[in-house]
Ligand binder design. Structure first.
Ligand SMILES: CC(C)=CCC/C(C)=C/CC/C(C)=C/COP(=O)(O)OP(=O)(O)O
Length: 444
Protein backbone atom coordinates (compact mmCIF):
# COMPACT_ATOMS: atom_id res chain seq x y z
CA UNK A 1 0.00 0.00 0.00
CA UNK A 2 1.31 3.41 -0.91
CA UNK A 3 0.81 6.69 0.85
CA UNK A 4 1.92 10.28 0.44
CA UNK A 5 5.40 9.35 1.53
CA UNK A 6 5.77 7.48 -1.74
CA UNK A 7 5.75 10.61 -3.78
CA UNK A 8 8.51 10.54 -6.32
CA UNK A 9 10.33 13.77 -6.96
CA UNK A 10 11.66 14.41 -10.40
CA UNK A 11 14.39 16.76 -11.47
CA UNK A 12 12.99 17.97 -14.75
CA UNK A 13 16.16 19.00 -16.53
CA UNK A 14 15.05 17.80 -19.94
CA UNK A 15 11.51 18.99 -19.52
CA UNK A 16 12.81 22.42 -18.74
CA UNK A 17 14.94 22.43 -21.81
CA UNK A 18 11.80 22.22 -23.94
CA UNK A 19 10.22 24.99 -21.97
CA UNK A 20 13.29 27.22 -22.26
CA UNK A 21 13.54 26.91 -25.96
CA UNK A 22 9.96 27.96 -26.40
CA UNK A 23 10.46 31.22 -24.57
CA UNK A 24 14.14 32.04 -24.30
CA UNK A 25 16.93 32.82 -26.69
CA UNK A 26 19.71 31.78 -24.40
CA UNK A 27 19.00 28.47 -22.69
CA UNK A 28 22.60 28.18 -21.47
CA UNK A 29 22.28 31.30 -19.41
CA UNK A 30 18.92 30.21 -18.07
CA UNK A 31 20.22 26.83 -17.09
CA UNK A 32 22.47 28.50 -14.53
CA UNK A 33 19.55 29.32 -12.27
CA UNK A 34 16.45 27.67 -13.61
CA UNK A 35 17.00 24.01 -12.75
CA UNK A 36 17.42 24.91 -9.10
CA UNK A 37 14.55 27.25 -8.73
CA UNK A 38 11.76 26.71 -11.17
CA UNK A 39 10.39 23.23 -11.01
CA UNK A 40 6.85 22.13 -11.57
CA UNK A 41 4.04 20.68 -9.50
CA UNK A 42 1.80 18.40 -11.52
CA UNK A 43 0.58 15.66 -9.19
CA UNK A 44 -2.10 13.30 -10.52
CA UNK A 45 -3.05 15.46 -13.42
CA UNK A 46 0.40 15.24 -14.93
CA UNK A 47 -0.56 14.20 -18.40
CA UNK A 48 0.64 17.16 -20.36
CA UNK A 49 4.25 17.06 -21.43
CA UNK A 50 4.45 20.84 -21.21
CA UNK A 51 5.11 21.61 -17.60
CA UNK A 52 3.41 24.44 -15.83
CA UNK A 53 5.57 26.77 -13.89
CA UNK A 54 5.49 26.36 -10.14
CA UNK A 55 7.55 24.61 -7.56
CA UNK A 56 8.29 20.92 -8.08
CA UNK A 57 7.37 18.08 -10.33
CA UNK A 58 5.77 15.26 -8.35
CA UNK A 59 4.15 12.05 -9.42
CA UNK A 60 2.26 9.58 -7.29
CA UNK A 61 1.64 5.97 -7.91
CA UNK A 62 -1.76 4.34 -7.54
CA UNK A 63 -2.97 4.48 -4.02
CA UNK A 64 -6.04 3.08 -2.44
CA UNK A 65 -5.63 5.22 0.65
CA UNK A 66 -5.36 8.54 -1.12
CA UNK A 67 -8.18 9.06 -3.55
CA UNK A 68 -7.22 11.12 -6.59
CA UNK A 69 -8.66 14.59 -6.76
CA UNK A 70 -10.88 13.55 -9.61
CA UNK A 71 -13.12 16.59 -9.37
CA UNK A 72 -10.34 18.70 -10.82
CA UNK A 73 -9.58 16.35 -13.68
CA UNK A 74 -10.72 16.79 -17.21
CA UNK A 75 -11.94 13.81 -19.26
CA UNK A 76 -8.54 13.57 -20.87
CA UNK A 77 -6.84 13.64 -17.53
CA UNK A 78 -9.03 10.82 -16.34
CA UNK A 79 -7.49 8.59 -19.01
CA UNK A 80 -4.26 8.77 -17.12
CA UNK A 81 -5.74 8.96 -13.69
CA UNK A 82 -3.73 6.47 -11.62
CA UNK A 83 -6.88 5.20 -9.98
CA UNK A 84 -8.36 4.12 -13.29
CA UNK A 85 -5.15 3.27 -15.14
CA UNK A 86 -3.05 1.28 -12.74
CA UNK A 87 0.59 2.25 -12.86
CA UNK A 88 3.43 0.82 -10.92
CA UNK A 89 6.86 2.35 -10.62
CA UNK A 90 6.99 2.89 -14.37
CA UNK A 91 7.24 6.35 -15.89
CA UNK A 92 3.90 8.14 -15.90
CA UNK A 93 2.14 8.73 -19.19
CA UNK A 94 3.58 11.62 -21.13
CA UNK A 95 6.97 11.46 -19.46
CA UNK A 96 8.53 8.43 -21.12
CA UNK A 97 12.20 8.90 -21.74
CA UNK A 98 12.71 11.27 -18.80
CA UNK A 99 14.85 10.40 -15.84
CA UNK A 100 12.36 10.39 -12.98
CA UNK A 101 14.65 9.06 -10.27
CA UNK A 102 14.79 11.17 -7.12
CA UNK A 103 17.41 13.85 -7.14
CA UNK A 104 18.22 16.47 -4.59
CA UNK A 105 16.91 19.90 -5.49
CA UNK A 106 19.37 22.44 -4.17
CA UNK A 107 18.23 25.78 -2.81
CA UNK A 108 19.58 28.86 -4.55
CA UNK A 109 23.04 29.77 -3.28
CA UNK A 110 24.17 33.24 -2.25
CA UNK A 111 25.75 33.74 -5.66
CA UNK A 112 22.43 32.77 -7.31
CA UNK A 113 20.70 35.41 -5.22
CA UNK A 114 23.34 38.01 -6.08
CA UNK A 115 22.80 37.26 -9.75
CA UNK A 116 19.01 37.47 -9.28
CA UNK A 117 19.21 40.82 -7.47
CA UNK A 118 21.62 42.26 -10.03
CA UNK A 119 19.15 41.32 -12.77
CA UNK A 120 16.24 42.77 -10.84
CA UNK A 121 18.10 46.04 -10.40
CA UNK A 122 19.12 46.27 -14.12
CA UNK A 123 22.62 46.74 -12.75
CA UNK A 124 24.33 48.27 -15.80
CA UNK A 125 21.63 50.88 -16.40
CA UNK A 126 21.56 51.57 -12.65
CA UNK A 127 25.33 52.10 -12.55
CA UNK A 128 25.16 54.59 -15.44
CA UNK A 129 22.36 56.55 -13.76
CA UNK A 130 24.22 56.55 -10.42
CA UNK A 131 27.26 58.00 -12.22
CA UNK A 132 25.14 60.95 -13.39
CA UNK A 133 24.20 61.59 -9.73
CA UNK A 134 27.88 61.55 -8.76
CA UNK A 135 28.61 63.94 -11.65
CA UNK A 136 25.94 66.31 -10.31
CA UNK A 137 27.64 66.23 -6.91
CA UNK A 138 31.07 66.73 -8.43
CA UNK A 139 29.91 69.78 -10.40
CA UNK A 140 29.10 71.83 -7.29
CA UNK A 141 31.77 74.44 -6.49
CA UNK A 142 32.14 73.17 -2.91
CA UNK A 143 34.64 70.60 -1.76
CA UNK A 144 33.40 66.99 -1.58
CA UNK A 145 32.60 65.31 1.72
CA UNK A 146 33.37 61.61 1.37
CA UNK A 147 30.73 60.39 3.89
CA UNK A 148 28.04 62.45 2.12
CA UNK A 149 29.17 61.22 -1.30
CA UNK A 150 29.09 57.62 -0.04
CA UNK A 151 25.58 58.00 1.43
CA UNK A 152 24.39 59.77 -1.72
CA UNK A 153 25.75 57.05 -4.01
CA UNK A 154 24.41 54.18 -1.92
CA UNK A 155 21.01 55.77 -1.29
CA UNK A 156 20.53 56.69 -4.94
CA UNK A 157 21.65 53.25 -6.13
CA UNK A 158 19.10 51.65 -3.77
CA UNK A 159 16.31 53.91 -5.07
CA UNK A 160 17.25 53.08 -8.67
CA UNK A 161 17.35 49.37 -7.81
CA UNK A 162 13.90 49.64 -6.33
CA UNK A 163 12.52 51.53 -9.37
CA UNK A 164 13.90 48.91 -11.75
CA UNK A 165 12.62 45.99 -9.67
CA UNK A 166 9.10 47.49 -9.53
CA UNK A 167 9.28 48.03 -13.30
CA UNK A 168 10.11 44.36 -13.81
CA UNK A 169 7.44 43.30 -11.33
CA UNK A 170 4.82 44.98 -13.56
CA UNK A 171 6.12 44.04 -17.00
CA UNK A 172 6.60 40.23 -17.31
CA UNK A 173 3.62 39.72 -19.66
CA UNK A 174 5.09 42.29 -22.06
CA UNK A 175 8.76 41.52 -21.44
CA UNK A 176 8.01 37.89 -22.36
CA UNK A 177 7.04 39.02 -25.86
CA UNK A 178 10.22 40.93 -26.67
CA UNK A 179 13.43 39.12 -27.57
CA UNK A 180 15.48 41.77 -25.72
CA UNK A 181 13.64 41.21 -22.45
CA UNK A 182 12.19 37.70 -22.52
CA UNK A 183 15.19 36.43 -20.59
CA UNK A 184 14.45 38.66 -17.60
CA UNK A 185 14.36 37.15 -14.16
CA UNK A 186 10.59 37.37 -13.58
CA UNK A 187 9.79 36.12 -17.07
CA UNK A 188 11.94 33.08 -16.28
CA UNK A 189 10.24 32.84 -12.90
CA UNK A 190 13.55 32.35 -11.16
CA UNK A 191 12.07 34.26 -8.22
CA UNK A 192 8.48 34.73 -7.22
CA UNK A 193 6.76 38.08 -7.89
CA UNK A 194 6.32 38.48 -4.12
CA UNK A 195 10.06 38.09 -3.61
CA UNK A 196 10.76 40.71 -6.30
CA UNK A 197 8.14 43.07 -4.87
CA UNK A 198 9.57 42.69 -1.34
CA UNK A 199 13.07 43.37 -2.67
CA UNK A 200 11.82 46.50 -4.48
CA UNK A 201 10.01 47.75 -1.38
CA UNK A 202 12.93 47.18 0.99
CA UNK A 203 15.51 48.80 -1.30
CA UNK A 204 13.18 51.76 -1.95
CA UNK A 205 12.52 52.37 1.76
CA UNK A 206 16.18 51.80 2.64
CA UNK A 207 17.46 54.13 -0.08
CA UNK A 208 15.06 56.95 0.78
CA UNK A 209 15.76 56.62 4.52
CA UNK A 210 19.51 56.69 3.95
CA UNK A 211 19.26 59.80 1.78
CA UNK A 212 17.05 61.52 4.38
CA UNK A 213 19.27 60.61 7.33
CA UNK A 214 22.76 61.00 5.88
CA UNK A 215 22.35 63.47 2.98
CA UNK A 216 19.37 65.82 3.26
CA UNK A 217 15.54 65.72 3.03
CA UNK A 218 15.51 67.46 -0.37
CA UNK A 219 17.64 64.75 -1.98
CA UNK A 220 15.52 62.04 -0.33
CA UNK A 221 12.30 63.65 -1.60
CA UNK A 222 13.70 63.81 -5.14
CA UNK A 223 14.73 60.14 -4.96
CA UNK A 224 11.33 59.00 -3.67
CA UNK A 225 9.41 61.15 -6.17
CA UNK A 226 11.51 59.81 -9.03
CA UNK A 227 10.93 56.24 -7.92
CA UNK A 228 7.17 56.80 -8.01
CA UNK A 229 7.39 58.64 -11.35
CA UNK A 230 9.23 55.75 -12.97
CA UNK A 231 7.38 52.82 -11.42
CA UNK A 232 3.86 54.20 -11.18
CA UNK A 233 3.64 56.72 -14.04
CA UNK A 234 6.19 55.94 -16.76
CA UNK A 235 5.91 52.14 -16.60
CA UNK A 236 2.12 51.86 -17.19
CA UNK A 237 2.23 54.83 -19.59
CA UNK A 238 4.44 52.88 -22.02
CA UNK A 239 1.35 51.01 -23.19
CA UNK A 240 -0.92 54.05 -23.21
CA UNK A 241 0.71 57.03 -24.91
CA UNK A 242 3.87 58.04 -26.75
CA UNK A 243 4.16 60.82 -24.15
CA UNK A 244 5.83 58.13 -22.01
CA UNK A 245 9.17 59.09 -23.60
CA UNK A 246 8.93 62.65 -22.26
CA UNK A 247 8.04 61.34 -18.80
CA UNK A 248 10.92 58.83 -18.96
CA UNK A 249 13.26 61.70 -19.87
CA UNK A 250 12.24 63.52 -16.66
CA UNK A 251 13.08 60.33 -14.71
CA UNK A 252 16.56 60.33 -16.24
CA UNK A 253 17.00 64.06 -15.60
CA UNK A 254 16.44 63.98 -11.83
CA UNK A 255 19.48 61.92 -10.67
CA UNK A 256 22.13 64.61 -11.49
CA UNK A 257 19.88 67.18 -9.78
CA UNK A 258 19.94 64.93 -6.69
CA UNK A 259 23.74 65.09 -6.81
CA UNK A 260 23.68 68.88 -6.84
CA UNK A 261 21.03 69.03 -4.10
CA UNK A 262 23.06 66.65 -1.92
CA UNK A 263 25.86 69.20 -1.69
CA UNK A 264 24.01 72.51 -1.74
CA UNK A 265 20.65 71.51 -0.20
CA UNK A 266 18.96 73.56 -2.93
CA UNK A 267 17.94 73.39 -6.58
CA UNK A 268 20.01 76.25 -8.00
CA UNK A 269 19.90 77.13 -11.73
CA UNK A 270 23.00 74.94 -12.15
CA UNK A 271 21.02 71.91 -10.93
CA UNK A 272 18.30 72.63 -13.50
CA UNK A 273 20.91 72.96 -16.22
CA UNK A 274 22.34 69.54 -15.36
CA UNK A 275 18.83 68.09 -15.38
CA UNK A 276 18.00 69.68 -18.73
CA UNK A 277 21.21 68.36 -20.26
CA UNK A 278 20.30 64.80 -19.24
CA UNK A 279 16.69 65.37 -20.30
CA UNK A 280 17.64 66.50 -23.83
CA UNK A 281 20.31 63.79 -24.25
CA UNK A 282 17.78 61.01 -23.72
CA UNK A 283 15.81 61.72 -26.92
CA UNK A 284 18.56 60.98 -29.49
CA UNK A 285 19.72 58.17 -27.19
CA UNK A 286 16.38 56.48 -26.64
CA UNK A 287 14.70 57.21 -29.99
CA UNK A 288 17.60 55.73 -31.95
CA UNK A 289 17.55 52.64 -29.71
CA UNK A 290 13.77 52.34 -30.07
CA UNK A 291 14.07 52.44 -33.88
CA UNK A 292 15.95 49.16 -33.94
CA UNK A 293 13.60 47.66 -31.32
CA UNK A 294 10.41 48.79 -33.00
CA UNK A 295 9.34 45.28 -34.06
CA UNK A 296 9.71 44.14 -30.46
CA UNK A 297 7.86 47.16 -29.06
CA UNK A 298 5.08 46.64 -31.55
CA UNK A 299 4.74 42.96 -30.61
CA UNK A 300 4.47 43.78 -26.91
CA UNK A 301 1.95 46.59 -27.47
CA UNK A 302 4.19 49.43 -26.33
CA UNK A 303 3.32 52.85 -27.72
CA UNK A 304 6.65 54.21 -28.82
CA UNK A 305 7.21 56.97 -31.36
CA UNK A 306 9.41 54.60 -33.36
CA UNK A 307 6.36 52.36 -33.88
CA UNK A 308 3.47 54.80 -34.14
CA UNK A 309 5.18 57.76 -35.83
CA UNK A 310 8.70 57.02 -37.13
CA UNK A 311 9.08 60.48 -38.70
CA UNK A 312 8.32 62.17 -35.39
CA UNK A 313 10.74 59.77 -33.69
CA UNK A 314 13.62 61.00 -35.87
CA UNK A 315 12.51 64.65 -35.78
CA UNK A 316 12.41 64.67 -31.97
CA UNK A 317 15.93 63.19 -31.86
CA UNK A 318 17.17 66.01 -34.08
CA UNK A 319 15.29 68.67 -32.13
CA UNK A 320 16.80 67.70 -28.77
CA UNK A 321 20.29 67.22 -30.24
CA UNK A 322 20.00 70.88 -31.32
CA UNK A 323 18.83 71.86 -27.83
CA UNK A 324 22.08 70.51 -26.40
CA UNK A 325 23.94 73.47 -27.99
CA UNK A 326 22.37 76.29 -25.93
CA UNK A 327 22.45 74.10 -22.84
CA UNK A 328 26.19 73.49 -23.09
CA UNK A 329 26.70 77.21 -23.77
CA UNK A 330 24.75 78.11 -20.63
CA UNK A 331 27.23 76.32 -18.35
CA UNK A 332 29.96 79.01 -18.54
CA UNK A 333 27.28 81.68 -18.44
CA UNK A 334 26.18 80.29 -15.05
CA UNK A 335 29.81 80.20 -13.89
CA UNK A 336 29.80 76.41 -13.67
CA UNK A 337 32.64 76.07 -16.18
CA UNK A 338 35.11 78.21 -18.04
CA UNK A 339 34.21 79.32 -21.57
CA UNK A 340 36.44 76.54 -22.90
CA UNK A 341 33.60 74.15 -22.15
CA UNK A 342 31.37 76.01 -24.60
CA UNK A 343 34.10 75.52 -27.22
CA UNK A 344 34.92 71.82 -26.89
CA UNK A 345 31.45 70.86 -25.60
CA UNK A 346 29.93 72.27 -28.75
CA UNK A 347 32.41 70.39 -30.93
CA UNK A 348 31.09 67.19 -29.30
CA UNK A 349 27.55 68.50 -29.80
CA UNK A 350 28.35 68.95 -33.50
CA UNK A 351 29.16 65.25 -33.83
CA UNK A 352 25.92 64.28 -32.07
CA UNK A 353 23.95 66.70 -34.22
CA UNK A 354 25.46 65.24 -37.41
CA UNK A 355 24.40 61.75 -36.27
CA UNK A 356 20.87 62.93 -35.47
CA UNK A 357 20.59 64.76 -38.82
CA UNK A 358 21.72 61.63 -40.63
CA UNK A 359 19.13 59.53 -38.79
CA UNK A 360 16.44 62.12 -39.54
CA UNK A 361 17.31 62.14 -43.27
CA UNK A 362 17.68 58.38 -43.83
CA UNK A 363 15.76 56.77 -40.98
CA UNK A 364 17.40 53.36 -41.34
CA UNK A 365 18.93 50.77 -39.01
CA UNK A 366 22.50 51.86 -39.72
CA UNK A 367 22.00 55.57 -38.97
CA UNK A 368 19.96 54.65 -35.86
CA UNK A 369 22.77 52.42 -34.62
CA UNK A 370 25.37 55.13 -35.28
CA UNK A 371 23.34 57.71 -33.37
CA UNK A 372 22.74 55.29 -30.48
CA UNK A 373 26.44 54.44 -30.05
CA UNK A 374 27.35 58.11 -30.53
CA UNK A 375 24.96 59.03 -27.71
CA UNK A 376 26.50 56.34 -25.46
CA UNK A 377 29.91 57.98 -25.89
CA UNK A 378 28.50 61.52 -25.73
CA UNK A 379 27.31 61.37 -22.13
CA UNK A 380 30.55 60.40 -20.35
CA UNK A 381 32.55 62.70 -22.66
CA UNK A 382 30.39 65.78 -22.06
CA UNK A 383 30.29 65.18 -18.28
CA UNK A 384 34.06 64.65 -18.17
CA UNK A 385 34.63 67.87 -20.14
CA UNK A 386 32.28 69.72 -17.83
CA UNK A 387 34.27 68.57 -14.80
CA UNK A 388 37.56 69.33 -16.51
CA UNK A 389 36.50 72.92 -17.19
CA UNK A 390 34.64 73.28 -13.90
CA UNK A 391 35.06 76.49 -11.95
CA UNK A 392 35.84 75.84 -8.30
CA UNK A 393 34.90 78.15 -5.45
CA UNK A 394 38.32 79.81 -5.61
CA UNK A 395 38.00 80.68 -9.31
CA UNK A 396 34.65 82.31 -8.72
CA UNK A 397 35.86 84.18 -5.64
CA UNK A 398 38.80 85.58 -7.56
CA UNK A 399 36.57 86.69 -10.41
CA UNK A 400 33.84 88.39 -8.42
CA UNK A 401 36.23 89.60 -5.74
CA UNK A 402 33.90 88.80 -2.89
CA UNK A 403 32.85 85.57 -1.30
CA UNK A 404 29.41 86.92 -0.54
CA UNK A 405 28.52 86.73 -4.23
CA UNK A 406 29.37 83.05 -4.63
CA UNK A 407 26.47 81.38 -2.94
CA UNK A 408 24.42 81.59 0.19
CA UNK A 409 24.41 77.83 0.62
CA UNK A 410 26.72 75.00 1.61
CA UNK A 411 30.30 75.56 2.57
CA UNK A 412 30.48 79.07 1.10
CA UNK A 413 27.81 80.23 3.52
CA UNK A 414 29.55 78.35 6.32
CA UNK A 415 32.82 80.16 5.52
CA UNK A 416 30.99 83.49 5.67
CA UNK A 417 29.57 82.60 9.10
CA UNK A 418 33.10 81.82 10.30
CA UNK A 419 34.24 85.24 9.08
CA UNK A 420 31.36 86.91 10.93
CA UNK A 421 32.31 85.05 14.11
CA UNK A 422 35.73 86.81 14.02
CA UNK A 423 34.02 90.17 14.55
CA UNK A 424 33.11 89.30 18.15
CA UNK A 425 35.65 90.49 20.77
CA UNK A 426 36.98 88.23 23.48
CA UNK A 427 36.05 89.61 26.88
CA UNK A 428 37.37 88.20 30.14
CA UNK A 429 34.47 88.57 32.60
CA UNK A 430 36.80 88.54 35.71
CA UNK A 431 38.84 91.44 34.29
CA UNK A 432 35.62 93.28 33.54
CA UNK A 433 34.45 92.83 37.18
CA UNK A 434 37.82 94.08 38.51
CA UNK A 435 37.62 97.18 36.32
CA UNK A 436 34.09 97.88 37.53
CA UNK A 437 35.28 97.52 41.17
CA UNK A 438 38.14 100.03 40.54
CA UNK A 439 35.74 102.55 39.09
CA UNK A 440 33.45 102.08 42.11
CA UNK A 441 36.36 102.69 44.61
CA UNK A 442 37.53 105.81 42.69
CA UNK A 443 34.10 107.36 42.59
CA UNK A 444 33.60 106.59 46.29
C1 LIG B 1 16.54 57.90 -8.11
C2 LIG B 1 15.75 57.12 -9.07
C3 LIG B 1 14.60 56.38 -8.54
C4 LIG B 1 16.11 57.08 -10.36
C5 LIG B 1 15.44 56.26 -11.41
C6 LIG B 1 16.41 56.11 -12.54
C7 LIG B 1 15.90 55.25 -13.65
C8 LIG B 1 15.22 53.97 -13.32
C9 LIG B 1 16.11 55.66 -14.90
C10 LIG B 1 15.65 54.89 -16.09
C11 LIG B 1 15.04 55.82 -17.12
C12 LIG B 1 14.27 55.10 -18.19
C13 LIG B 1 13.17 55.86 -18.81
C14 LIG B 1 14.58 53.84 -18.55
C15 LIG B 1 13.83 53.05 -19.57
O1 LIG B 1 12.98 52.13 -18.91
P1 LIG B 1 12.17 51.03 -19.73
O2 LIG B 1 11.11 50.47 -18.84
O3 LIG B 1 11.70 51.60 -21.02
O4 LIG B 1 13.28 49.96 -20.01
P2 LIG B 1 13.06 48.44 -20.45
O5 LIG B 1 12.35 48.44 -21.75
O6 LIG B 1 14.48 47.95 -20.56
O7 LIG B 1 12.30 47.78 -19.36
Amino acid sequence: MLSRSHLIRVAPARIQHRWFTSSCTNPHRLARIQPRTSLVTLGYSAKSSTPLNGSRIMFTRASSSIPPTSTSLSDNDKDSDPSTTPTTSTTPAGFQGYDIRWKEVKSPTISDYISIYLDLSKARLGALVTLTTMAGYAMTPMGASLPTLFALTTGTALCITSANAYNQFVEPPYDAQMSRTRNRILVRKAVSPLHAWSFATLTGLGGTALLAAAVNPLTAALGAANLVLYAAVYTPMKRVSIANTWVGAVVGAIPPMMGWAACTNSLDPEAWLLGLLLYAWQFPHFNSLAWNLRADYSKAGYRMMAVTDPKLNARVSLRYSLALIPLVTLAPYLDMTSWWFAVDGNIVNGVMLAGAANFWRKRDDKTARQLFFGSLIYLPVILALMMFHKKGKQDIVQEVGSLEQVSESGSAAQFKEEEDDDEYEYVDEDEEDEEEAHVAVKTA
